[in-house]
Design a protein around this ligand. Sequence first.
Ligand code: PLP
Length: 268
Amino acid sequence: MPLAEAKVSIEDRGFQFGDGIYEVIRTYGGRPFSLEAHLARLDRSATALALTQPYSRAEWTDYILEGIKRADYPEAKIYLQITRGVAPRDHAYSDEATPTVVMTVREFHPLDRSVQATGVDAMTTEDIRWGRCDIKSLNLLANVLARQKVKQAQVFEAILVNAGLVTEGAISNVMVVQGETVVTAPEGPRILSGVTRGIVLDLALSEGLSIQERFVSQPDLYEANEVFLTGTTVEVLAVIRIDGKVIGDGRPGPIAQRLAASFTSRVG
Ligand code: PLP
């Protein structure tokens, strides 16, 4: 239906409490990329919050493919959201509410290739999020505040730092190159396990690079040979300056470039 015709009750728990989950998927060549991995993460998020999944993966897949076909954009960004549903406002919930499900399909405009070629500026900011960042929940207030700082500072991304350790970006995962090793925060409650993160780590291994899943400190971030971001919308994107400090030689480094190239061939 047209966006303007879609309505949600003011008693929806997504509106009242941010009590829900979401996923963002993009297409390459009109086909949804890594759909299985995104739907698997949606299942994990639902399970973690004891939310009833309204559809099986096969049903989700059918709806997504139909949405892409009907929207008929060259490339699309598909947003899925499930909330716990409508109920009189009370923090605790009953199992009776029917989940509210929303899917939007919008045109996706990939990042300009020149941005990839030059790399981007980032800033650090304190990671003030809750203790279950592995759940892709609608509660994005800390990310909202971080992204507003990004906008004000006119940089590309906020790198979140928790107790002196780098966790991830506000909308991406962060990887650091130390010598020939790609280092990134381990999966667990402190980060969202990015679909792109997993693919890029596999690519790094198949390129003969070593990988380490551990936290790096903020000083180590500034001292890294290279830093890059991974994510559905950013793909593999080199960071050339953080908080005004130049990373490496101030250009996308060889490993980020190699991984960006293998990621491009991987997505076809
Ligand atoms: N970390 C956060 C906080 C994100 O919001 C995202 C994506 O939106 C990512 C990481 C990257 O995840 P993915 O590669 O699955 O898009």
